[in-house]
Design a protein around this ligand. Structure first.
Ligand code: ATP
Ligand code: MG
Ligand code: FE
Length: 353
């Protein structure tokens, strides 16, 4: 089976074609076209919704044509069209969803509305052989949560951030250090040459029960230090980046540990921990989680960085998983700016095929 997937929830316009494998072990990415809008938003220090929506309109058609050409398949060889229907910026979601519905209608093929977070959570089953249930850590610019992935369409939130998302914290700290948006990768680079012990930043929530996150206090502590120093030298920036990253790594590890505990109490033993979302590209976080999983005797699956950040292949794959379960969506499916993963499960939202 081949599914074309469209992603337009934020600042990447992305289209991919993905197929499943005989025997049901993972999938093959036949094409994966991603066009980042970062340059168009950089001047504003963040994503501007109206600019994002217009940029999706400008390039989506072209990317669909290119994704089909690079996959060497015709539209008639596609079995279903999937699009991220939320959560995300409504203008962008509308563009991708409407294009997908139009294609599905014209081809007489199923349309599948995919929850963007569900796509991040299922990515590890595209790249690896992984049975349900497992734990997914979703860390991006807009989201930070731990999810029990019990099956396709069956998710339970174990914990989530009560304030800032992890990527948001990276981006805001980067801004304080005078770095352009998005600052996550640059913080990671700077941190490599910094002293992570120079600043003793707080580790909010560490040691508490549950698996919720809080990151705004950490961000504020960095701001206070930046204001105290006033004129930052290059070494100050490196030390601030390293100390901040060390703190956020400690928070994430502690919260994931809490998530594993919650999971074991209610679901039994997970088949592994997977990471998804742009922050999942961070090497320090990956190394720390590798250690944690080794200690806990858990498998750790970290998809390649390009599949952690937003792209069409993960939407196509989630669509394919849904299609195989017989879950398709009606053409009346409305975009959902907010769409908690726990609300995905019911057939009422999608309608069984
Ligand atoms: P959504 O939240 O809807 O998934 P998004 O655009 O924020 O949307 P991604 O594209 O998955 O999601 O992630 C972008 C975020 O990841 C940015 O905040 C960016 O700073 C962060 N990021 C990317 N690479 C790294 C890294 N190496 N270390 C830390 N953060 C990173
Ligand atoms: Mg993005
Ligand atoms: Fe994302």
């Amino acid at each position: 089976m081949r599914v074309l997937g469209i992603e337009t929830t934020c600042d990447e316009t992305a289209v991919a074609v993905v197929s499943d494998r005989l025997g049901g072990d993972g999938g093959d990415i036949l094409s994966n076209e991603v066009l980042s809008q970062i340059a168009q938003h950089a001047a504003y220090g963040g994503v501007v919704p109206e600019i994002a929506a217009r940029a999706h309109i400008d390039s989506l058609d072209r990317l669909i044509v290119r994704a089909l050409a690079n996959a060497k398949v015709d539209l008639k060889d596609i079995d279903a069209i999937a699009a991220a229907a939320g959560p995300g910026l409504i203008g962008g979601v509308l563009v991708g969803l409407t294009a997908a519905k139009g294609l599905a209608l014209a081809l007489g093929k199923p349309f599948i509305a995919v929850n963007h977070l569900e796509a991040h959570a299922l990515t590890a089953r595209l790249t690896d052989h992984l049975e349900f249930p497992f734990i997914a850590l979703l860390v991006s610019g807009g989201h930070t949560q731990l999810v029990a992935v019990r099956g396709v369409g069956d998710y339970r939130r174990l914990g989530s951030t009560v304030d800032d998302a992890a990527g948001e914290a990276f981006d805001k700290v980067a801004k304080m250090l005078g770095l352009p948006y998005p600052g996550g990768p640059q913080i990671e680079d700077l941190a490599q040459e910094g002293d992570s012990h120079r600043f003793d930043f707080p580790r909010p929530m560490v040691g508490r029960g549950g698996a919720d996150f809080s990151l705004s206090g950490l961000k504020t502590a960095v701001r206070q230090e930046v204001l105290k120093i006033q004129t930052l030298t290059e070494q100050d920036k490196k030390d601030l980046a390293a100390s901040f990253q060390a703190a956020i790594v400690d928070v994430i590890v502690d919260r994931v540990r809490g998530g594993i505990r919650l999971f074991s109490q209610s679901e039994g033993r997970p088949s592994g921990l997977v990471i998804g979302g742009g922050v999942g590209a961070n090497g320090a976080i990956r190394r720390a989680l590798t250690r944690l999983c080794a200690e806990s005797g858990l498998r750790f699956i970290s998809p390649p960085a390009n599949l952690c950040s937003d792209n069409g292949a993960i939407i196509a794959w989630a669509g394919l998983e849904r299609l195989k379960c017989g879950y398709t969506s009606d053409l009346g499916f409305a975009p959902r700016p907010r769409w908690p993963l726990d609300a995905v499960a019911s057939g009422a939202h999608h309608g069984k095929a």
